[in-house]
Design a protein around this ligand. Sequence first.
Ligand code: ADP
Ligand code: F6P
Length: 483
Amino acid sequence: MGKTIIISNRLPLQINISENDLEVSPSVGGLATGLKSFHQEGDSIWIGWTGLASEEIPENLKPKVLEKAKSQGCIPVDLTSEEIEKFYYGFSNRTIWPLFHYFMEYTEFDAEHWEAYKQVNQKYADAVIEKLEDGDTVWVHDYQLLLLPALIRKEKPKVTIGFFNHIPFPSYEVFRTLPWREEILRGMLGADLLGFHTYDYERHFLRSVNRILHYDINFNAVNKGNRIVKADSFPMGIDYNKFRNSALEHKSQPKSETTDIQKKLDYHKYVSKGTKLIISIDRLDYTKGIANRIRAFGYFLEKYPEYQENVRLIMLAVPSRTNVPQYQLLKKEIDELVGRINGKFATVNWTPIWYFYRSMPFDNLIDLYTSSDVALITPVRDGMNLVAKEYIATRTDNTGVLILSEMAGAAQELSEALLINPNNFEQIVDSIKYALEMPEEEQIRRNKIMQKRLRRYSVEKWAKDFMTNLRETTWTRKTFRTL
Ligand code: ADP
Ligand code: F6P
């Protein structure tokens, strides 16, 4: 059996240049954090972008970039700043991303961006083909590379190709508005197996294939005439043991040792006063419902004034896609909302919202997960949401309450969380109160069930499951061909 070639737009490592040298940091986002353990453990190479435009890398540092990437089993694809502008910020994040998350009003249909999307997908296909050897399996990831399966198939008709979509696949009624809907579907159908986080996304995809391309669908198989392509749901898990063990390690530190983040938050002072902590952690993205979450928290303090001075919201937002206007506007809106609520409610002893606009090292994330009483996760739409799963995994004493939007793919597996509709303010506010007052036995009962599920379907199991299904699909294809 050959190697696996993982290919995604972004590599799990992010390269920056400072003082004519390289700084390497881990990429943030579900795809990178989730798939990293599969990549580290198996025989695979990962092809993708380093996060820098090729013009930004001085000639003398280019060999070093290759070397750094290679030391982590990665192969960088060069993208020029024009390609990044039109392919990444353009078609990927101003067309597909908003459309697939039902933000029709943000969706742009720009022919120039579409051309760039096609060209860059071809660039990634060339990079894969260059590394492809007999017996290799290709695993393509996410919405930036929807055309890739067919482009690779065209050159290498017999290769085994899997595709996984990390974001929602919208309903046919929304997807059909895309001017390039046929090309996108044909691109995806170059794969042997297409994976989605939920059954609903899978059905939306199959219905679009049927209505737009008129292929017959037999349960979860598309009959393309010359080939059968399968679609299935595989809810992505987390590296459960890593989160669990890090939390246990964190807990075993002597109590007198105040961690960095606890110092910043004056943690012990607040906790000894009985102040409850609510955390919110995401990339700064309009799909995550951050602005409404802040509004709901403000409304909570108004509706239940007894909680003023007794609860604090710690909000962590990682900068993301900062060249797209909606992200810039959202940043401004969040700054203003945080300012308004803190201005309205703060006292000499208490600031209701502590807001950090930055990425955090892994240890600090664990610190936050384990130090809080409630996780408030309210996306308007989210393919999966791994933060929700990470929170539950780190609760080693089984306490803590997860409030989770039913619009996140993760809600399908985490039904013991307090599920809310992110547009229903009253429900969010009352869930916050319920969460803060939930008896410990109830917290433990709910969390234990979710932990069991997350432990069983970890990211390793997810990847293995996908790969096993992929091999079965291609085995069936090859066997039928010889009959
Ligand atoms: P998405 O893929 O849309 O970004 P997910 O919730 O699925 O959303 O994944 C986000 C990932 O990024 C998680 O693994 C989480 O731990 C990580 N992450 C989120 N916020 C931060 C942060 N401020 N610093 C570091 N990592 C973060
Ligand atoms: O959740 C969707 C997703 O594309 C992830 O797959 C990825 O990890 C994350 O968003 C980050 O996106 P970007 O690469 O644009 O920073």
